[in-house]
Write a protein of this length. Structure first.
Length: 74
């Protein structure tokens, strides 16, 4: 999911830089946000003030848990 939806801007691994300098690497998100608090945002549709960031929604509760666990693994 991260590769298909996010990797165009964000780094989704432990080493590389984001292709968009304004898009934080996923490995840094845990330093910016308590990741478990993002569950509701992913369920309702995560939106940011960044104009090119699309509203990102995960329909499946297991998908949300899997995505948060992926972020924690970085």
């Amino acid at each position: 999911m991260a590769k298909a939806n996010c990797a165009i801007c964000h780094s989704i691994d432990k080493r590389s830089e984001s292709t968009d300098k304004e898009a934080p690497p996923f490995r840094e998100l845990k330093n910016r946000y308590p990741l478990d608090s993002l569950e509701e945002a992913f369920a309702e549709g995560l939106s940011t003030s960044h104009p090119r960031m699309p509203i990102f929604k995960i329909e499946n509760p297991q998908g949300i848990s899997d995505f948060i666990n992926f972020l924690k693994s970085l």
